[in-house]
Design a protein around this ligand. Structure first.
Ligand code: DC
Length: 229
């Protein structure tokens, strides 16, 4: 196969709806959904828990290289384990969101994560979301989507998500946080957040979740029909 069949890569900035859309699309296609952001969050969680200096790139790289991260698909979505501990809920806390960007910018942290992501996707039938999936992790993916939405819309969605989980949130603070994270992720040296030249740009502002899912499914079917699958 010239193009790796049955891999769907979804990239985009924080809060664009990637995980919701990727999960729905995976369910509809009968594929496995892989949330790569959870891996960087898990390393950040471990670093904070072990009081590793987040400015110490070598220590972070060592931590990431030695960590045993498992992404386990389940009925209620993917569960994330690091060194045997279930951190699925803990990695969503605002303290992790605040520190994950600099951790994920370290080349030595990314290398083992990307290697594992490629292994997970090797057999195909995956929908993988992140920041560098179409550009770096799975450059041969059958379908690449760059999902985005306005900052206001993304902040509003994150706000509702966190409120629903009963977590304390402040909308202006969330907005600042999203802008800061976008800038950081897009300007880092290693695999910055950027749209792959062959990715389809999908702006989800004002679109319902169902409408976005349908558009992505249509793109997958079109690519399959074109004989790349
Ligand atoms: O998608 P998320 O918000 O859970 O991602 C958390 C952070 O991890 C994000 O700020 C950037 C980083 N990330 C990355 O660098 N590459 C990926 N493939 C996924 C996430």
């Amino acid at each position: 196969m010239t193009k790796a069949g049955l891999q769907v890569a979804i990239d985009g900035p924080a809060g664009a709806g990637k995980s919701t859309v990727a999960r729905d699309v995976a369910r509809r296609l009968g594929y496995v959904y892989i949330d790569t952001g959870a891996m960087y969050r898990a390393v950040t969680w471990l670093a904070l828990t072990q009081k590793v200096d987040l400015a110490d790139k070598q220590a972070l790289s060592r931590l990431a290289a030695e960590a045993d991260i498992r992404l386990v698909p389940g009925a209620k979505g993917q569960r994330t384990f690091i060194n045997g501990q279930d951190v699925t809920e803990a990695i969503r806390l605002p303290v992790i969101s605040r520190h994950v960007s600099p951790v994920s910018a370290v080349a030595g942290v990314r290398e083992p994560m990307v290697r594992q992501q490629r292994r997970l996707a090797a057999n195909g039938k995956v929908v993988m979301d992140g920041r560098d999936i179409g550009t770096n992790v799975l450059p041969e993916a059958l379908v690449k989507i760059f999902l985005t939405a306005s900052v206001a819309e993304r902040a509003r969605r994150r706000y509702l998500e966190l409120v629903e989980k009963g977590l304390p949130v402040d909308l202006p603070e969330l907005t600042t946080e999203i802008i800061r994270r976008d800038n950081y992720d897009a300007s880092r040296e290693v695999s910055p957040l950027v749209q792959a030249p062959d990715a389809f740009l999908l702006d989800t502002t004002g679109l319902t979740r169902e409408a976005v899912v349908e558009q992505v499914l249509a793109l997958v079917r079109k690519a399959e029909a074109a004989g790349h699958g």
